[in-house]
Design a protein around this ligand. Structure first.
Ligand code: PLP
Length: 427
């Protein structure tokens, strides 16, 4: 006859009490953050446009989220791992907080071959963005920080949250106590280090989001020499390294002397469509030390063990499959697809007469609109062509006058976007 259905109890409505407010003070650092993160603001404007034009078929060249399916060989490995969890032999619970040994080994031998990076120096995680915040937590509020301007917003915002900065100065559109290193066409997107004050930490991203530019070997040698001279730590974000097709370095550890001054963070997000799966890693070399000689790796290990319990075992199975010969080939094919999108977008903007940067070693094209505000251009492209881009000024004041076009998209959407852009800006 089966089990009795669960009984539903009727409870009287609670009597409405007087509204109360806690006596908890808001974290003042969170109060310093400006009008929301860039992408929610873009989503708000997109939705407003859609509300007014319900028939608009919006194409997004905005947020840098991947669009193409995860290659089968990689997805199947995750499927097998997930199925395995329902068996005695295949089940696993908490893993090592630092990641599975096999994956750490595969990362070392695939991306750091010949660079002296040990398996034990690689910490597998749920993504580069999360690692950036955990690195900030490790650094603490007392440190000073420099960022490229423009830059990926997570460096600045996590710095603000941790209390490393002062208030936002609306005049210059910068937070106090952060060193913004301008990266513009005038300096070939590499900061003038002779004019850059010393900071404890330097966030540096190459290939760069948003400019799509890649630092050359000589420039990275200069950066490492600068950090060594000043006793600074570089946090090198290599989330797009796989997109490099020329001889620009793919890792900061290609530069001699970097091991004593650099941490590197990487991600499977843009390599294999893992933005939703979540898998990344951070390298902390044994030689990297604080002023008092204490190894930084020991603190990072402590942070990972306290704030993180290891990446999902299913995601790690996917990561391992990414690094198999078939997985590597599949990732290259996926990246080649996005690179072709990038080439097409770049060619279009160039053809339309815009100065266009990046878009060779990175899935982003950085387009200049001299004398115009980025948000105005964003609105123009949104309202006249139903295309979402990203306003350059959202990445810092150095991005004013630019918009970023992301090449993550289905080919038919990229083709259609190109068509609309030609109609909007063609002579
Ligand atoms: N670093 C850079 C420069 C990025 O552009 C992104 C994502 O857009 C990330 C890190 C985030 O990577 P993950 O998805 O691994 O958190």
């Amino acid at each position: 006859r089966g089990r009795a259905a669960p009984r539903v109890r009727c409870v009287a409505e609670p009597i409405q009490k007087e509204a109360v407010r806690t006596r908890v003070k808001r974290n003042v650092n969170l109060g310093k953050l400006q009008a929301g993160y860039l992408f929610p603001e873009i989503a708000r404007r997109r939705n407003a446009h859609l509300a007014q034009n319900p028939d608009a078929r919006i194409i997004s060249l905005g947020i840098g989220d991947t669009t193409e399916p995860i290659p089968k060989v990689i997805a199947e490995a995750m499927e097998a791992a997930a199925r395995g969890l329902s068996t005695l032999e295949g089940y696993s619970g908490y893993g090592a907080e630092q990641g599975q040994g096999a994956l750490r080994g595969a990362l070392a031998s695939t991306f750091y071959k010949g660079l002296g990076v040990k398996d034990s120096e690689i910490f597998v995680s749920d993504g580069a963005k999360c690692d950036i915040s955990r690195l900030q937590l490790m650094f603490g509020p007392a440190l000073s920080v420099a960022v490229q301007d423009p830059s990926y917003p997570a460096y600045v915002d996590s710095s603000v949250m941790l209390g490393q900065t002062g208030e936002y100065d609306t005049g210059v559109q910068q937070y106090r106590n952060i060193v913004y290193m301008p990266c513009t066409p005038q300096n070939n997107f590499f900061p003038d280090l002779s004019a850059t004050p010393r900071t404890d930490v330097i966030f540096f991203c190459s290939p760069n989001n948003p400019t799509g530019n890649t630092a050359s070997r000589a420039q990275l040698e200069e950066l490492v020499a600068f950090a060594r001279k000043n006793g600074s730590i570089i946090v090198y974000d290599s989330a797009y390294a796989i997109y490099v097709e020329d001889d620009s370095p793919k890792s900061i550890y290609e530069i001699p002397g970097a091991r004593e001054v650099a941490i590197e963070t990487g991600s499977f997000s843009k390599y294999a469509g893992f933005t939703g799966v979540r898998l990344g890693w951070t390298v902390v070399p044994d030689e990297l030390q604080y002023e008092d000689g204490f190894p930084v790796i020991r603190d990072f290990n402590r942070v990972m063990c306290t704030c993180f319990n290891g990446a999902s075992n299913i995601a790690q199975a996917g990561g391992l499959a990414c690094l198999s010969p078939e997985g590597l080939a599949a990732m290259q094919e996926l990246v080649a697809f996005y690179k072709e999108n990038t080439r097409m977008l770049r060619a279009t903007f160039t053809e339309l007469g815009f100065s266009t940067y990046g878009g060779v070693n990175a899935p982003y094209v950085w387009v200049q609109f001299p004398g115009r505000s980025s948000w105005d251009v964003f609105e123009e492209i949104l309202t006249k062509a139903d295309i979402v881009t990203t306003p350059g000024s959202g990445f810092g004041p150095g991005g004013e006058g630019f918009v970023r076009a992301s090449a993550f998209g289905h080919r038919k959407n990229i083709v259609e976007a190109i068509d609309r852009l030609k109609k909007l800006y063609g002579k």
